[in-house]
Design a protein around this ligand. Structure first.
Ligand code: AMP
Length: 195
């Protein structure tokens, strides 16, 4: 089972991906975490993406597609994976389908985690205040606004792409973590029954 969690920054995709990872033995692939690890290690990739991320902009498609293409070839992805933060543009979504096709794989389900953005804003701004010392460089209010804007302009256009293919389902991400998780589980059950 390969799935994608889509939704604006702070919607809870990472939390849900971790729950799915624990319950199903599939791997969480968070491109944001991968990029932050690259920055922390001081690699060439990290150097390239550091400022882009701090501004809240998107890293170029080519770099992201290479990163994911290599990652899904690793053995731990054979049982399935959850993409959290990828794809973020239509070209990334198309490249993903192409690379999976070549490997005889597919995305079984795309879950859009829908949220009330005003409430979301408070949630993330709160996260920034709480974690003052260890806060993510892109967790300031200004950068958050930018990231939401980037989501609407560049990432939301992916939704019709997956809707057309009949793979898109939605959950209300404003509910508590367990309820959202239960709803994602039912969507997975539906997909399993169809296959
Ligand atoms: P995230 O942790 O998913 O919110 O990602 C943090 C930042 O990493 C984003 O604001 C982008 O700068 C960068 N990033 C993560 N995934 C992607 C992607 N698929 N395409 C472009 N940039 C990305």
């Amino acid at each position: 089972m390969n799935l994608i969690l889509l939704g604006p920054p702070g919607a809870g995709k990472g939390t849900q991906a971790q729950i799915l990872e624990k319950n199903h033995g599939v791997v969480q692939l968070s491109t944001g975490d991968m990029l932050r690890a690259a920055i922390a290690s001081g690699s060439a990739l990290g150097e390239k993406v550091k400022e882009i991320m701090a501004r809240g902009d998107l890293v170029p498609d080519e770099l992201m597609v290479d990163l994911i293409s290599q990652r899904i070839s690793e053995p731990d992805c054979a049982n399935g994976f959850i993409l959290d933060g990828f794809p973020r543009t239509v070209p990334q979504a198309e490249a993903l389908d192409e690379m999976l096709n070549e490997r005889g794989l597919r995305i079984d389900l795309v879950v859009e985690v829908k949220v009330d953005e005003a409430a979301l804003f408070d949630r993330i701004a709160g996260r920034a205040n709480e974690a003052a010392a260890g806060a993510r460089a892109d967790d300031t209010e200004e950068v958050l606004r930018k990231r939401l804007d980037v989501y609407h302009r560049q990432t939301a256009p992916i939704l019709p792409y997956y809707r057309k293919g009949g793979r898109l389902k939605q959950v209300d991400g404003m509910q508590d973590i367990d309820t959202v998780s239960t709803q994602i589980e039912s969507l997975l059950d539906e997909v399993r029954t169809v296959h």
